[in-house]
Design a protein around this ligand. Structure first.
Ligand code: CP3
Length: 344
């Protein structure tokens, strides 16, 4: 089976620029909201493989997307570690038992796949539903991004607790990050065994660190993950995405990953200047363009496509997830115009 999405990541020829969209299965789709209601809440949806499969397939059925992404969340690992994940309406994710002490970290198991079988069951269920229609992306959070939620107890603007630990007791933070990296390797390994065709690591908060701290506390653990997963699955493409990581693309692209995700704060032409075509590039339309008229969406798509000069190696995406208040009709405009303007 030959897929443009996989070929682009491996820098093989494609018939046109492939596109998928972060959060493509989400609240902007009325059918997603209906299934979530049926499940009760977001985590119950994640923990039900049949319903997780149903929502994964919704954007695939509606749009001509080049890849499906497992419907789940990055916080499944900390949840399985016993931190008690819940979502409070309008406030995002929260943990009942955040990490506070060294003893808390020492008590964490460094592999939690036994409590994540619902994720692997979802992967195999989705894989069967997809057949040869599209490849399936598996994913995890980066150790640094997971650690911020585990230490803050939820979302944060300042990362005060995590950064205090980073500066006051770096060894303690490293212990947590190392355990997370081991868990992520085992988790991604099992997703591939269950049927994932490619993998993505979301480092949503890597961009809040200084350069040297980014390298020490975020990238080095993603490096460990790439090395660990590639040792088992050398042919499974891995994409690393550090939001606001435009200043670190050289270092990211030297990890042995196949693709780098970029947000909209850097231009694709700058990225090509920085790293050439060493790895594939995923991105990077500003998600806010999706609030504009269809004509503007088409014009902005053209702009992004024209900035990329390579023959292959571009995976179109937004620079971050699609937001809940976008009109699904604009998603169709986005997907179709990427294909139309890039057809060879
Ligand atoms: O992209 C996809 O379609 C796959 C599914 C996916 C979700 N979350 C579904 C989701 C993926 C890949 C994620 C990753 C994720 N989760 C990240 C990294 C990516 C990023 O956005 O930077 C992060 C930081 C999380 C943690 C998390 N989960 C947050 C901050 C939120 C938002 C809370 C809110 O109310 O907006 C979630 C919830 C979440 N994850 C939703 C979805 C569809 C919305 C939940 C709902 O239905 O209410």
């Amino acid at each position: 089976m030959s897929f443009d999405y996989i070929n682009a990541l491996l820098k093989k020829p494609t018939t046109r620029t492939p596109i998928w969209v972060m959060r493509q299965a989400g609240r902007y789709l009325p059918e997603y909201r209906a299934t979530r209601k049926k499940a009760g809440d977001f985590m119950s949806l994640c923990k039900n493989p049949e319903l997780a499969c149903e929502v994964t397939m919704q954007p695939i059925d509606r749009f001509d997307l080049d890849a499906a992404i497992l419907f789940s969340d990055i916080l499944t690992i900390p949840d399985a570690m016993g931190l008690g994940l819940y979502f409070s309406e309008g406030e995002g994710p929260k943990f009942e038992r955040p990490i506070q002490t060294l003893a808390d970290i020492e008590a964490i198991p460094s592999e939690v796949n036994n409590d994540l079988t619902y994720v692997f069951d979802a992967v195999s269920t989705i894989k069967t539903a997809l057949g040869t229609r599209a490849p399936l992306i598996g994913f995890s959070g980066s150790p640094w991004t997971l650690a911020t939620y585990m230490i803050e107890g939820g979302s944060s603007k300042t990362f005060a607790k995590t950064k205090s630990m980073l500066f006051n007791d770096p060894k303690m933070l490293h212990l947590l990050l190392d355990k997370l990296a081991d868990s992520v390797i085992a988790y991604l390994d099992q997703q591939v065994i269950s049927g994932a065709d490619s993998l993505m690591v979301f480092d949503t908060w890597g961009g809040v660190l200084s350069k040297s701290n980014y390298l020490d506390f975020s990238l080095s653990y993603m490096q460990k993950i790439v090395t660990g997963v590639k040792a088992k699955h050398p042919n499974t493409p891995i994409t690393l995405f550090s939001k606001n990581g435009g200043k670190h693309l050289n270092e990211i692209s030297n990890t042995g990953c196949d693709g780098v995700g970029i947000d909209w704060t850097v231009e694709l032409s700058e990225v090509e200047q920085q790293i050439g075509h060493k790895v594939a590039i995923q991105g990077n339309l500003d998600p806010a363009v999706m609030y504009a008229t269809p004509d503007v969406v088409r014009a902005e798509v053209k702009k992004v496509l024209s900035q990329f000069k390579g023959d292959t190696g571009h995976v179109f995406n937004l620079g971050h997830g699609i937001t809940p208040d976008v009109d699904p009709e604009n998603m169709k405009v986005l997907v179709d115009s990427v294909h139309e303007f890039s057809a060879k």
